[in-house]
Design a protein around this ligand. Structure first.
Ligand SMILES: O=C(O)CCC(=O)C(=O)O
Length: 307
């Protein structure tokens, strides 16, 4: 009996200590976000808008150039309205089924978890497959130009050597808080991943658009970000842009670029469908745990997804 009570108390102690740890981490994140935001609003000034290009041959040339120069660019109509509608319904239904258990492996890791989550999509579902095919076909030129652009560390433009690394949906519900500015990949010389967030509904300022800091996918920008403890300095002072996207439009960025999701102060759920591709031969520290269901990891390329 004494042993049982002792075990129960020890178990309870472990649970509360894990909970306390999670709360402490979340509190530290909120503090970091507040400091970054105050600094950026005071010194970096007002955000601009993401540069958009058309979804055609000329647009993909321009898009690849902007990606090289800025580390991010927007593309008009990566998905059609009809595909967005169908996918939005699919994502909402899939999440509703799994939401009771946030430890379900279909949920990925995300910064600032209050009312925000990352949901890995099932490529076996025809709606998902169709959306990935459509987006991949619309992005193929820009992705192969970027993944093969040696000026920014690209190593392969061959579509059968460009790997699907992530497939998920980012959901931010009303009252989700802003994320800390972060890169998805710590600096390395070679570009290893290019992510596209596609808006499944219009994203207005109040719905918490993604904020990007152009030209921070560089060694210099990462160094100064670290040296200033991620709270200030030249990287956060660079002019930033927000991705105010229309339904079906996408923002594409080099995973080394500094960015964050901003707070959703509207009454509307915001869902971004996202896919990440990167050269197969690139050194990628996240390859083993990027946001994709395990059964699909390492199995698909840009070429196979366009078929
Ligand atoms: O929600 C967003 O707009 C961006 C999310 C993001 O950057 C992340 O979760 O790493």
């Amino acid at each position: 009996m004494v042993v049982l009570v002792t075990l129960l108390l020890a178990g309870y102690g472990m649970v509360t200590s894990f909970e306390n740890q999670a709360e402490t981490t979340e509190a530290a994140t909120i503090d970091r976000v507040n400091k970054q935001k105050e600094y950026m609003e005071k010194y970096a000034g007002k955000s601009g808008s993401l540069q958009m290009v058309a979804n055609d041959d000329e647009g993909s040339d321009d898009g690849a150039k902007f990606l090289e120069a800025q580390g991010c660019v927007g593309v008009v109509k990566v998905l059609s309205e009809a595909t967005c509608r169908e996918l939005l319904e699919h994502v909402n239904n899939a999440i509703a089924k799994d939401i009771e258990d946030r430890t379900n492996p279909n949920f990925g890791n995300v910064y600032s978890r209050k009312n925000r989550f990352d949901y890995k999509l099932d490529l076996k579902q025809p709606t998902v497959r169709k959306a990935v095919k459509e987006a991949s076909a619309n992005l193929r030129q820009i992705l192969s130009k970027t993944c093969g652009n040696r000026n920014i560390g690209g190593t392969s433009s061959s579509e059968n050597q460009i790997e699907l690394l992530e497939l998920a949906a980012l959901v931010s519900d009303p009252q989700s808080s802003r994320q800390p500015v972060h890169p998805d990949t710590n600096y390395r010389q070679n570009l290893c991943a290019v992510t596209t967030f596609v808006a499944l509904q219009d994203v207005s300022e109040s719905m918490g658009p993604t904020l990007f800091i152009p030209q921070t996918n560089t060694l210099e920008a990462h160094k100064s970000f670290q040296e200033n403890l991620e709270l200030g300095g030249p990287s956060l002072l660079k002019p930033n842009v927000k991705a105010l996207l229309k339904t079906g439009d996408g923002s594409i960025f080099d995973s080394r670029l500094l960015h964050c999701g901003t707070e959703n102060v509207s009454e509307t759920r915001r869902i971004l469908f996202y896919i990440t591709y990167g050269p197969k031969n690139a050194e990628n520290p996240n390859r083993g745990f990027s946001t994709i269901r395990e059964e699909f990891r390492g199995r698909y390329t840009l070429e196979t997804m366009c078929k």
